[in-house]
Design a protein around this ligand. Sequence first.
Ligand code: AHM
Ligand code: MG
Length: 335
Amino acid sequence: DRDLTLDRDCTTLSRHVLEQLQSFSADAQDLSAIMSRIALAGKLIARRLSRAGLMEGVLGFTGSTNIQGESVKKMDLYANEVFISVFKQSGLVCRLASEEMDEPYYIPENCPLGRYTLLYDPIDGSSNVDININVGSIFAIRQQEGDDADGTAQDLLSHGRKQIAAGYILYGPSTMLVYSIGKGVHSFVLDPSLGEFILADENIRIPEHGAIYSVNEGNFWQWEESYRDFIRYVHRHEGYTARYGGALIGDFHRILYQGGVFLYPGTVKKPEGKLRLLYEASPLAFLAEQAGGRASTGTQEILDVVPDKLHDRVPLIIGSTEDVALVESFVQERI
Ligand code: AHM
Ligand code: MG
């Protein structure tokens, strides 16, 4: 049982970010500080999740619904607050926008000096919390543009190429943080005894093709015919295998390492699907591209999509280049 931490020169997340930026410029320091705060949020959430069955007030619903009409879980609320707390007094992040808040939240003491916005989904796949299986947090960082004096956050209604960093924290058997600042995708494992995220894999590359297709096939009859064509295709060809965990981060993480495709298409009634662009699809699209994969709506790169509203949804096809192209070929055949 060799200690791999030593083999990896004890590379912690904050050191890694600084090395990636190869500078001690103000921007580099900012980004490194922001990543450390995100890591702290991850540790706090992981700690609470790991004791979920032992503490009161962790599992179950709050009784209220969010802007998207979904029932809010206690863990959603807790995790949403955690991200706000870790950025208070950091001076860096002025504005936070999350799945759990109707409008962006401005941290009074950080505005207007803070130049960054954090977009996040505090607990993605939260239906998994009550049954003790994996969930995740998703994040993206953008530069705050314009003065946003009226608080309308119009600058956030722009494409995903404006993200300067993105990533997720996966709460699984171990807690992992995966991030990119536009220089490849790197993963870290939380060592709970050290309280540090230690480098696991640098410059992860998504295989060009993988056997896995990950989709909620229960929606088959609600999809456009093109998606049914794709499913019929994988059913009739050897070499495909289904995996679906009901939590995007776990499903995406598997594909990042092993290749394949995750999809959440729109239905005939809801053509835009379920997943949100700004804090679910776009951050993962940023990672996918950085790892040599792709993310598409079927007709457009996810990173090129400009939302009309903060909580806009988008159909998502993400993973290996070949497998994303295969799904797209069925979509485009039917246009
Ligand atoms: P949430 O952010 O409200 O948890 O919803 C997003 C989740 C994703 O993690 C997952 O991929 C998807 O919803 C699963 O949806 P479904 O149960 O319809 O398959
Ligand atoms: Mg979500």
